[in-house]
Design a protein. Structure first.
Length: 304
């Protein structure tokens, strides 16, 4: 009987010691158990994500109707996926390791000052001094709501002047989207064509723009298009930038159906341009339903 009591006392001491030595739980790291993993090797680097919107007439549902899902709605799905990926990345880190950023650009900026104020609120940074689970989970909701407002305003306004993507890469990407100590990711939502009324330059076979007429005029609508492209040095005008610390994901490519080689030509333009700017990692994806693009976004942003 005496031996039995001694065993009970010993067990009690062990349990008490075990409980008292449990480490305090990290409230943000704990919720990472909820996160599904689709990448083989997830990055734990600090993220600096920039989303660039092409608000040209490609988003006009009257000019380019798409019964399965309008193109601007697809964009909204992509944006939500980017924001959700950002949320999940932060939720998978310990608090003292969090220092991550996300922002959005429209180039040129909308003429609506109220809308610009809303875009400014999308510039978000989380670090160990400011992060809470509640604030993290507001990110995708905020991006979805404000971006929906941006697209609705652009479509209602119905004054499409193009999107100055080249101007953005020339004048802003290095200053606004690149920071040391971060995994810098730029997500460009565009149909792949590049046009702005105030940025139309041609030097020999290099241009600052790309539209279906450009591809037709350069005779890149035939089976030998690639040979022509390479031998005559077609492509975007180089910007002489060194963007080796930037990863670029281009989503929403929507080629003209008049040319069976159009998609390949568009992708070759972008590939050549990004390579000349020393971008080491990039992907260029055709417009598709967000449910199919979600894993592409997640893997691109989170995988080393």
């Amino acid at each position: 009987m005496k031996t039995y009591k001694l065993i009970i006392i010993a067990l009690g001491i062990i349990l008490t010691y075990s409980c008292s030595n449990k480490k305090e739980k990290d409230p943000v790291a704990e919720v990472s158990k909820e996160i599904s993993s689709t990448s083989k090797k997830k990055s734990k680097e600090n993220l600096n994500i920039s989303i660039v919107l092409d608000l040209s007439d490609r988003i006009n549902p009257k000019k380019y109707p798409e019964p399965s899902m309008e193109f601007y709605q697809r964009d909204l799905g992509y944006i939500k996926s980017v924001a959700k990926t950002f949320e999940n990345h932060i939720r998978g880190k310990r608090i003292n390791k969090i220092n991550d950023k996300i922002q959005l650009f429209v180039e040129p900026a909308p003429s609506d000052s109220e809308l610009n104020d809303k875009i400014a609120t999308l510039k978000t940074q989380f670090d160990k001094t400011s992060v809470t689970k509640e604030e993290i989970l507001k990110t995708a909701k905020k991006y979805t709501e404000i971006c929906n407002n941006i697209y609705e305003t652009a479509i209602t306004d119905d004054k499409y002047v193009g999107s100055d993507i080249r101007g953005f890469f020339k004048n802003k990407i290095q200053d606004y989207c690149v920071e040391e100590g971060y995994k810098n990711v730029v997500v460009v939502l565009t149909d792949g064509y590049v046009y702005h009324k105030d940025n139309l330059i041609r030097e020999q076979n290099r241009t600052s723009y790309l539209v279906p007429k450009t591809i037709r005029n350069f005779k890149l609508n035939k089976g030998n298009w690639k040979e022509e492209f390479q031998s005559k040095d077609y492509g975007f005008l180089p910007l002489h930038k060194n963007l080796e610390n930037v990863e670029v994901l281009v989503l929403g490519v929507n080629p003209s159906k008049m040319n069976p080689y159009e998609e390949d030509v568009i992708k070759e333009y972008w590939k050549k341009w990004l390579t000349e700017m020393n971008v080491k990692k990039f992907q260029i994806k055709r417009a598709d339903l967000p449910i199919y693009i979600n894993d592409v976004i997640n893997d691109f942003i989170l995988t080393n």
